[in-house]
Design a protein around this ligand. Structure first.
Ligand SMILES: Nc1ncnc2c1ncn2[C@@H]1O[C@H](COP(=O)(O)OP(=O)(O)O)[C@@H](O)[C@H]1O
Ligand SMILES: [Mg+2]
Length: 315
């Protein structure tokens, strides 16, 4: 199959879904659907639920464009269903999707490859939050970030400055998730690197620097216009941005990703980018990072969506 064959296929934009990032995914999906229609594709939006297989069948979907974020969509579950149904789909396959959804697995694999990532401690929620907090505090000091291992959009992410708040944050994380990741706070600049892959190879987009008005790039800073300053390309020494692009490609390959991804780093002391996570289905809303980075490379939103769709043809 090539691009011409794709034009004759019915494309399903899978969006919404069952995760806590549902609302964001509906926004990502609406943008992608509109772009695909403008490009001349026979495309339909599908808000996928538990009956996803039946929905794909009744809509006669032949190729899936995944605009799902989080659980059941970005984590390998939907990818597994599509593999089973024999429907080609955009982006990473099952294993890479599952690994990248989990920040601890990502950090472990990155560390194994010599890619710098902030020090961390992880607790399954069978341990007492007080004991977990004490251990993390002893190992990492303050401040720290407390996060779920497998969520996105900064949901459940907190910055914590003292032992009592750490215990509280671990307890809160354990109420909603089954593990808590406590990570050393990196006080430097935040950047993200978009990657696009074609049959010709893997390319890094210009590095985007994020300056949230809040303490960190939280949910509000991500999805409300004006809450974050985008510096594009990043105002950082060339050596740092090219290093970040090189590291981002290394992370994408180490995790076994396909097609596209967006890799987040905090710039540590001395200018070393430290990996915080990789997103296999980056946001595609009008305030999202990937479309902005693509635009800075002269790739408009529709062209970006076209290139993302073509990743369904990659091996
Ligand atoms: N180790 C860290 N040091 C400083 N800030 C961090 C750290 N980890 C995360 N953050 C901040 O929290 C935000 C969300 O964390 P992230 O790990 O990217 O989770 P999510 O998957 O929800 O995007 C980041 O964009 C950044 O602003
Ligand atoms: Mg992130």
């Amino acid at each position: 199959m090539d691009e011409t064959d794709l034009k004759a296929k019915r494309v399903g934009v899978l969006m919404g879904g069952l995760s806590r990032e549902r609302e964001i995914s509906l926004r990502s999906g609406a943008g992608c659907l509109q772009a695909l229609k403008a490009l001349g594709y026979d495309a339909a939006g599908i808000d996928v639920g538990r009956e996803a297989a039946a929905q794909l069948e009744s809509e006669r979907i032949e190729v899936a464009f995944l605009a799902l974020h989080g659980r059941f969509g970005e984590d390998g579950v939907m990818q597994g269903l599509l593999e089973l149904m024999g429907i080609p789909y955009t982006g990473s396959r099952v294993l890479a999707s599952a690994l990248c959804m989990n920040k601890v697995r990502t950090k472990q694999i990155a560390a194994w490859h010599g890619i710098p990532t902030p020090h961390f401690a992880v607790f399954d929620c069978s341990v007492d939050p007080g004991a977990a907090a004490a251990e993390a505090a002893g190992r990492l000091g303050f401040p720290v970030m407390v996060k779920p291992c497998d969520e996105g959009s900064s949901l459940g992410v907190a910055k914590v400055d003292d032992p009592a708040s750490l215990e509280e944050a671990v307890a809160v994380t354990c109420r909603d998730y089954n593990a808590a990741l406590v990570e050393e706070f990196v006080a430097g600049d935040e950047i993200t690197v978009g990657l696009l892959e074609s049959a010709g190879g893997l390319d890094a987009l210009p590095v985007l620097q994020l300056k949230p008005k809040a303490d960190f790039y939280d949910f509000n800073a991500k999805y409300h216009e004006g809450m974050t300053e985008f510096i594009l390309p990043a105002r950082l020494p060339d050596g740092i941005t090219s290093r970040a692009q090189q590291l981002a490609k290394q992370v994408h390959r180490a995790m076994g990703c396909r097609g596209f991804s967006r890799v987040d780093f905090m710039i540590g002391p001395g200018g070393a980018p430290q990996l915080t996570e990789i997103n296999t289905i980056p946001g595609m809303t009008d305030t999202s990072d990937l479309p902005a980075a693509a635009a800075a490379a002269g790739i408009g939103y529709e062209e970006l969506v076209r290139r993302m769709l073509l990743t369904a043809l990659l091996p």
